[in-house]
Design a protein around this ligand. Sequence first.
Ligand code: ADP
Length: 460
Amino acid sequence: MRQLPIRVKLTAWYFAVLAVTFVLFGAVAFFAMQKSIESTVDESLRDRAEGIRELMERVLPKDPERLADVLREHAELQEEGDLSQVADPDGHWIYRSRLMRRYDVPTKEAAGPVTYNLQIQKLPLRILATQARLSGGSYYIQVAAPMDDFQDALNHFKWVLLLISPLLLLLASAGGYWMSRRALTPVDAITQAAQTITSRNLSSRLAVPQSRDELQRLSETLNGMLERLEAAFKRITQFTADASHELRTPVALMRTTAELSLRRPRQETEYREALTQILRELETTSTLIEKLMLLARADSGVEALQFAHTDLADNFREACRQGRTLAQAKELSFQEQIIEGPIIVDGDAYALQRLFLILLDNAVKYTPGGGQVKASLSDTNGFAVAEIRDTGIGIGEADLPHIFERFYRADKARSREMGGVGLGLSIGRWIAEAHGGTMEVESTVGQGSVFRLRLPILRS
Ligand code: ADP
């Protein structure tokens, strides 16, 4: 059943539900009809028994000997009078119609009126037996009605149900199959179209039927998914291309340096110089590789940060200590303003330290000698706010929305010269977001920039 196409499964279910419904309907209709016939017959039997009782009530006190004749006359006048019998309190027949005698319907000593079915010599009978208390004795009255005609009608009805139901069932199931086929044809079309989409043509989209139903929603949802996949795919391809490009440059540089040094015999100092240059490039390359691996792990979700209660004030103070050393080396003034006392956040101390250093390092890198770097940490409305402000070169309006993108550098030459590859801020933003925080920037070209980080505080 599991391998069958949906339209077949749907039809099978439809068939099963319909078959059960038909069986239930047939049974209920049949028994309802039977009950209704019986209650109509019972009513007429009750009327007839009551007629006989009234007659006996009139005749018995005055003329008991004539009772049998009167009952016979009465019976002959009745349409179905031929099926009645009356016994006296001792069980002797007072009157017994011809058919009752022929079928020898046994007497029944019932206190109240009871109706029951009896099959005698292939003739189905419905009998009502009752008792009439007259002149101090109990007389047994029985009236009957033949049920053969009714049973024929019921049988006929049963056969009609038995023959017509399977036919209707087949017709309805064929209709059900046709409808599910029709309803699922667009799904086949979507499946076929989706099968043709690969990484090479991720920009193709499925045709969206304007049917305002689930299928339109399905195609739109799949198209939305394709769009997200395409964007992610583009990001990855771009990232790989940028990463290889960034790696190629230092490798090429190292190779040229080594080849040039080996072209002819040289002084030891020359070799030393070449090796120092190669070592510098190697350091840049391994930092780059480390950053790339961090981002790759972050993307695949395996970069597990070690969250613990961390004193952000302490962490920030330590980052500022290193920031001050960097600033002093470049002859920049460095000021820090850190809130007293601990600010406890749920965070990874190592990652947070790294984030602060990225911001401080950038502030120092992009501020010319003689400038200023200010670092502050405060707490506002349950958030720790760390601000790194510089009086550096600033960031142009066109570059601002992009600086958190991977490998984005507002000024490639200057950034590279400073040892940057354009990954710092994207790593920083990832760390901030992984801590449930945000990072924003304000900047004016030629005047400086402010990077503001907000992190939720556990307690201060
Ligand atoms: P990089 O390694 O190039 O510094 P980042 O991701 O840290 O990469 O920064 C991306 C770009 O944003 C930098 O190349 C630079 O153009 C700009 N930038 C970042 N911080 C500052 C700053 N404090 N002042 C001016 N420009 C900045």
